[in-house]
Design a protein around this ligand. Structure first.
Ligand code: GDP
Ligand code: MG
Length: 209
C-alpha cells in the first residue's frame, strides 16, 4: 500500500457519506449495483465508533449502550461519484440474547454472506483487549465457508499497552494465517486516537478495486 493509495482513500472518505437504508431481512437489501465492504463484530467491539471515525461523521452509525437490539444490515453510500457501500452488520455475542434473536442473526448474516455478489470484503473487528473469541471464530467460519475474503481489525488499540498490542496483533495474525479466506495481515485501530484509520480507509478502497 503506497502513500498515493492512502491519499486516494482519504479523498474518497472525505466526500459525501450517506445512510442509504436498513434491511431487517433479505428482501429489503438494496440492489447489488455498488461494491460493498461489510463490518462485523461482537456487540460493543467498537463497530459504530469505527464507522463514525472512518467517515469523520460523529453520528453516522449510532453508538449504543443497549447492545444486541438492532438485527439489521445498515447500508451507507460513500463517495461522489458513488464509490462503495459500507454495510454495518448486526453485532453478535451479546450476553443473555434470547435464542430467537441469535437464530435470526445467524440466518440473516449467513444468507447475506452467501448470496451477495456485490460484497467484496468483510472486516471482522476484534477488541484489542480480548483478542479473538469463539463467537468471532463462528463468523470467521461463516466467511471461510462462503468464500468471502475478510480482514481482521483490532479495535480500541488505545486501551492496551504497546507491548500487549504487539502480542495480541501477533496472536491474531497467526490465527488469520490459518484461515482460508482471511487476509494474513491485520490492522490495529483506535477510534479515539485515530491509529490505523488511514490504513483502514485504504484497505476498504483497495477491496472494492
Ligand atoms: N477507548 C476507546 N473506546 C472505544 C473505542 N471504540 C469504541 N469505544 C467505546 O466502546 C463502547 C462501544 O462502542 P460502540 O461503537 O457502540 O460499539 P458497537 O456495539 O460495536 O457498535 C463505547 O463506549 C465506545 O465509546 C476506541 O477506539 N477507543
Ligand atoms: Mg453499534
Amino acid at each position: 500500500m503506497t502513500d498515493d493509495d492512502v491519499e486516494a482513500a482519504r479523498k474518497v472518505f472525505a466526500g459525501p457519506v450517506a445512510f442509504l437504508k436498513s434491511a431487517p431481512a433479505l428482501e429489503y437489501l438494496p440492489d447489488a449495483t455498488v461494491p460493498e465492504v461489510a463490518f462485523a463484530g461482537r456487540s460493543n467491539v467498537g463497530k459504530s465508533s469505527l464507522l463514525n471515525a472512518l467517515t469523520g461523521r460523529n453520528a453516522l452509525a449510532r453508538t449504543s449502550n443497549t447492545p444486541g437490539r438492532t438485527q439489521e444490515l445498515n447500508f451507507f453510500d460513500v463517495g461522489e461519484p458513488l464509490r462503495l457501500r459500507l454495510v454495518d452488520m448486526p453485532g453478535y455475542g451479546f450476553a443473555k440474547a434470547p435464542p430467537e434473536v441469535v437464530r435470526r442473526w445467524r440466518f440473516l448474516v449467513n444468507d447475506f454472506l452467501r448470496g451477495r455478489q456485490a460484497l467484496k470484503r468483510a472486516l471482522v473487528l476484534i477488541d484489542a483487549r480480548h483478542g479473538i473469541k469463539d463467537v468471532d471464530r463462528e463468523i470467521m467460519a461463516m466467511l471461510d465457508k462462503a468464500a468471502v475474503s475478510y480482514r481482521l481489525v483490532l479495535t480500541k488499540a488505545d486501551k492496551v499497552k504497546a507491548t500487549d498490542l504487539a502480542a495480541v496483533s501477533e496472536a491474531t495474525a497467526a490465527e488469520a494465517r490459518k484461515r482460508p479466506a482471511a487476509h494474513p495481515d491485520i490492522i490495529a485501530t483506535s477510534s479515539e486516537g485515530g491509529m490505523g484509520l488511514a490504513e483502514l480507509r485504504a484497505a476498504v478502497v483497495e477491496a472494492v478495486g
